[in-house]
Design a protein around this ligand. Structure first.
Ligand code: FES
Length: 157
């Protein structure tokens, strides 16, 4: 299909994509925040791979741009600096450790709460980097921290 052709050999950014920076600048900066289509988005480069997600943590609005990147159970996550919630870079899933009390000794395992943070699509075209906002209508927890109401409260604080 036409779509497959464009995604395999892109020469133009997708129509709804927003330019967020030149690749070499973003690689060097490692992470930047941008207002994209009315949302505050964190764009980060980890091991040569770009990721984009809502900037404020789904739990309580923490600044993910200040979070560490760590791997849990083989999944690369950003760790929110406020209460250490772990969010997968690829899907925005919230991970937590569950302990099975009937196991001896009780053995913690990593589980997912499902998608909690809205992640956005990153496209590279001619050494430029673009973000396409994930406009899926299904509500995602991090949406709350992108609302006008929340921003107004933040600015007054
Ligand atoms: Fe991110 Fe609480 S605000 S873990």
């Amino acid at each position: 299909s036409e779509e497959e052709l464009t995604s395999s050999t892109p020469s133009l950014p997708p129509p709804s994509a927003h330019f967020v920076g030149r690749k070499e600048d973003l690689v060097q900066a490692k992470r930047v925040t941008r207002l994209v289509g009315g949302r505050d988005v964190l764009v980060l480069c980890h091991k040569g791979q770009f990721h984009a997600m809502d900037m404020r943590c789904y739990h309580s609005g923490g600044p993910l741009q200040e979070g560490d990147i760590e791997e849990f159970d083989g999944r690369i996550c950003i760790v929110c600096p406020w209460h250490k919630y772990k969010i997968t870079l690829a899907e925005g899933k919230g991970l937590y450790q569950a302990v099975n009390p009937s196991a001896t000794p009780p053995k913690p395992t990593w589980r997912s709460k499902g998608v909690k943070q809205r992640v956005h699509k990153v496209t590279e075209v001619n050494k430029n980097v673009y973000v396409t906002i994930n406009d899926s209508l299904d509500p995602i927890d991090s949406d709350f921290y992108q609302t006008e109401r929340y921003r107004t409260t933040m600015n007054k604080a």
